[in-house]
Design a protein around this ligand. Structure first.
Ligand code: PMP
Length: 383
C-alpha cells in the first residue's frame, strides 16, 4: 500500500467512526471567537482567569519590561547559553511562592511530564497512576522501563491495595495523579494521597496541577495549597498555558531533584529554552496571582450555577471544578449537541475517544472568569 493510500484510508476510517479531528482557525476578540461573519462565545478555552481579555494588565507588563527581558527567543538550550536571568528570576519566584527549595521551568507542560517521568522512573520503579491521567504523563511513562499499573480513577482503596501488594517488589514507588482532572473536572484527595505515601518510605507523589494553578487555593497556587499539602508533594508540577495565559511548565521540588532533572531530563536538555519575553510575562502574572481573588470568585459562582443546571438535566457524576463535562455517550450524540450549541453562538466542543474512554463522548465546557453574563445565561438555557 502506498503512503498516500495509507493516509486516505486512515482518515476515512476515522470519519466513519466520528473521530476525525480538524483544525478550526478563528480571530480571537477577548471571549469572542469570529470566523467568516459568525461569532461565538469561547467556552472551550483554558484561559480560566480570563487574562486574555485584560488589556490593561498587558499594557502594564509592557510598560515595565526591561529591554534585556524582551528577547523573542532563547536561541539555545538551558544548558548552553539559553538560561537568561529571566529564567532564574521566574524559578526563584516559583520557589518563593510555593515556599519550596527549588523550581525548574520547561518549554511546555507536555515536555514537563514526558521529560520528568521518563527521567525519574527506572527499572526498579513501580508507577501507580490514576486511570485518567493526561496523555503527556502516559507518554513519559511509556518512555521509561518502569512497571506501570493504573488504579481506578480517584479510587484510593484500589491504589492502597496495589501499593500493599506490590511495593515490596520494587526499590521505589511513584504515585502519579492530576489534581483537577482535565476531562472530568473532578479533584483528587491530595491530603489522603499524602497520608498514604507517608506510610511507605520508598513512595513519592507526583501531582499535575495544570488545570488548578491560578484557579484554586488561597493565593491561586492550586489544589495543593487549598488542601494544605504543598510541602508534602515530591513533584508538584503545573503549566503556564492555561489560567496564567502564558506558555511552559514547571516543577517545584527539592534542590536535589532539580539538580537531577537538569542532568537527566532529555526534553529539558535537548530543547531550546523558552523565550525570555514569555518568562518575564509568566513571572509578572505569578506575582499578581494572589491579588486575582475576584476572578477566582466569579469563576466559582459561574461554576456552581452551571453544575446545578447540569445536575438538573443530566444524570451523571458531577464535576467539582470550572471544567464541566456533559457526558452524552456516543460520538454522534456529543457532536450533535456541540453543533446545536454552536448554532446558538456558544463555542462548546465535543471530546471523543481516544481522549476520553469509549462510549463516554462528551461536551467539555470550560468556564473562564470573564464569560459575559448574557452568554452564560444563554448557555444555561440551551443546556
Ligand atoms: N498536563 C495536563 C493535565 C494537561 O491537561 C495538559 C494540556 N492539556 C498538559 C499537561 C500539557 O500542557 P501544555 O499544554 O503546556 O503542553
Amino acid at each position: 500500500m502506498s503512503w498516500q493510500q495509507y493516509f486516505v484510508e486512515a482518515q476515512e476510517k476515522q470519519r466513519q467512526q466520528g473521530t476525525l479531528r480538524q483544525l478550526n482557525s478563528f480571530e480571537h476578540h477577548d471571549t469572542e471567537l469570529r470566523r467568516q461573519g459568525q461569532s461565538w462565545c469561547n467556552l472551550a478555552s483554558n484561559d480560566y482567569l480570563g487574562l486574555a481579555s485584560d488589556h490593561a494588565l498587558k499594557q502594564q507588563f509592557y510598560a515595565q519590561l526591561a529591554k534585556a527581558d524582551a528577547g523573542l527567543s532563547a536561541s539555545s538550550s538551558r544548558l548552553l547559553t539559553g538560561t537568561f536571568s529571566t529564567h532564574s528570576a521566574l524559578e526563584q519566584t516559583l520557589a518563593a511562592l510555593f515556599d519550596r527549595e527549588a523550581a525548574l521551568v520547561f518549554g511546555s507542560g507536555y515536555h514537563m511530564n514526558v521529560g520528568i517521568l521518563s527521567a525519574i522512573a527506572d527499572k526498579q520503579t513501580l508507577v501507580l497512576a490514576d486511570k485518567l491521567v493526561h496523555a503527556s504523563m502516559i507518554d513519559g511513562l511509556r518512555l521509561s522501563p518502569a512497571k506501570l499499573l493504573r488504579y481506578k480513577h480517584n479510587d484510593l482503596q484500589h491504589l492502597e491495595q496495589l501499593l500493599h501488594t506490590y511495593h515490596g517488589d520494587y526499590e521505589r514507588v511513584l504515585i502519579v495523579t492530576e489534581s483537577i482532572f482535565s476531562m472530568d473536572g473532578d479533584i483528587a484527595d491530595l491530603q489522603a494521597l499524602v497520608q498514604l505515601k507517608q506510610r511507605y518510605p520508598q513512595v513519592a507523589l507526583y501531582v499535575d496541577e495544570a488545570h488548578a494553578v491560578g484557579v484554586r487555593g488561597q493565593t491561586g497556587l492550586g489544589c495543593a495549597e487549598e488542601q494544605q499539602c504543598v510541602q508534602d508533594i515530591d513533584f508538584l508540577v503545573g503549566t503556564f498555558g492555561k489560567a496564567l495565559h502564558s506558555v511552559g511548565g514547571y516543577v517545584v521540588c527539592s534542590q536535589v531533584v532539580r539538580d537531577y532533572l537538569v542532568n537527566h531530563m532529555r526534553t529539558f536538555i535537548f530543547s531550546t529554552a523558552l523565550p525570555p519575553l514569555n518568562m518575564a510575562w509568566t513571572d509578572f502574572v505569578l506575582q499578581r496571582l494572589a491579588a486575582m481573588q475576584a476572578r477566582r470568585d466569579r469563576l466559582q459562582r459561574l461554576t456552581l450555577q452551571l453544575r446545578e443546571r447540569v445536575a438538573e438535566r443530566y444524570d451523571q457524576h458531577l464535576s467539582a471544578s470550572h471544567i464541566v463535562p456533559v457526558v452524552l455517550g456516543s460520538n454522534e450524540a456529543a457532536l450533535s449537541k456541540a453543533q446545536q450549541l454552536q448554532e446558538q453562538g456558544l463555542w462548546v466542543m465535543a471530546v471523543r475517544p481516544p481522549t476520553v474512554p469509549m462510549n463516554q463522548a462528551r461536551l467539555r465546557i470550560s468556564l473562564t472568569a470573564d464569560v459575559p453574563e448574557a452568554d452564560f445565561e444563554r448557555l444555561l438555557t440551551c443546556l
